[in-house]
Design a binder for this molecule. Structure first.
Ligand SMILES: Nc1ncnc2c1ncn2[C@@H]1O[C@H](COP(=O)(O)OP(=O)(O)OP(=O)(O)O)[C@@H](O)[C@H]1O
Length: 227
């Protein structure tokens, strides 16, 4: 039987008092790769923010990796985010420290204590994204694509049950976007579940997968031909 990692029933998403999306119903099962597409301002980021607890869920029911979004408390949010790997368009690496130290910072902040285990984990995730030899570098010494691969490695540190990627290729040129996408595809093949918001239709065509579209304040699944 498939394992559900995300389930939304009749969810409405608001920014302040403005209704952004309504009657959202969807299920994502373990192992799926799902795109979230839609025009600028259609609600993709608001949707993602609701899933990682940045916007409260006030209407409808939502369950994500065993957390109930409706009853989620402020103090639960860091624990929810430990079960999610979040990747942003702008990488969000700390500029004042090396890649290894960026990853170490996250491990320490999420309760890791033993140095050998931390070092092993950092090597493991950097290896997964093809960046094992670059851990000593500072973010500004890396290309945009390399920085995003490090950001993906960071998202993998706590073995997330679901990876939320909000426009992960939004700042990258087409060729680099494909390279980052290959990394996400490999991670998905190794069993991780990924929800990726994007407006990059070329990627969708190159790597077809289940696609949800935000349009007219609704979210619905689309068949590839009609995106
Ligand atoms: N912090 C905010 N306060 C109020 N309204 C907001 C806020 N952030 C976004 N909105 C509004 O919510 C709606 C959805 O925006 P959202 O950023 O979710 O869209 P998007 O599909 O992610 O767009 P983009 O592709 O440009 O990032 C828009 O009308 C936007 O103006």
């Amino acid at each position: 039987m498939s394992e559900v990692v995300l389930e939304l029933n009749e969810v409405a998403i608001y920014q302040k008092d403005n209704l952004v999306l309504s009657e959202v119903n969807l299920t994502i099962n373990k192992g799926e790769f799902v795109y979230l597409i839609g025009k600028t301002g259609s609600g993709k980021s608001s949707f993602m923010k609701t899933l990682y607890g940045d916007l409260p869920l006030t209407k409808g029911e939502g369950k994500i990796v065993d957390y109930d979004l409706k009853t989620l408390k402020e103090k639960d949010i860091p624990y929810l985010r430990r079960k999610l790997g979040i990747v942003f368009q702008d990488f969000k690496l700390l500029p004042d420290r090396s890649i290894n130290d960026n990853l170490l910072f996250v491990l320490k902040a999420t309760g890791w204590k033993e140095k050998p285990k931390m070092t092993a984990k950092i090597n493991e995730v950097l290896d997964k994204v093809g960046m094992k030899t670059k851990g000593f570098k500072f973010p500004h010494e890396l290309s945009g694509g390399e920085q995003q691969r490090v950001a993906i490695a960071r998202a993998l540190l706590n073995d997330p049950e679901l990876i939320l990627a909000d426009e992960p290729t939004g700042n990258l040129d087409p060729q680099t976007s494909v390279e980052v996408m290959k990394v996400l595809q490999e991670i998905n093949k190794s069993g991780r579940t990924i929800l990726m918001a994007t407006h990059d239709y070329a990627l969708l065509l190159k790597y077809p997968s289940k696609t949800l579209k935000c349009d007219g304040s609704k979210v619905f699944e689309v068949v590839q031909k009609s995106v």
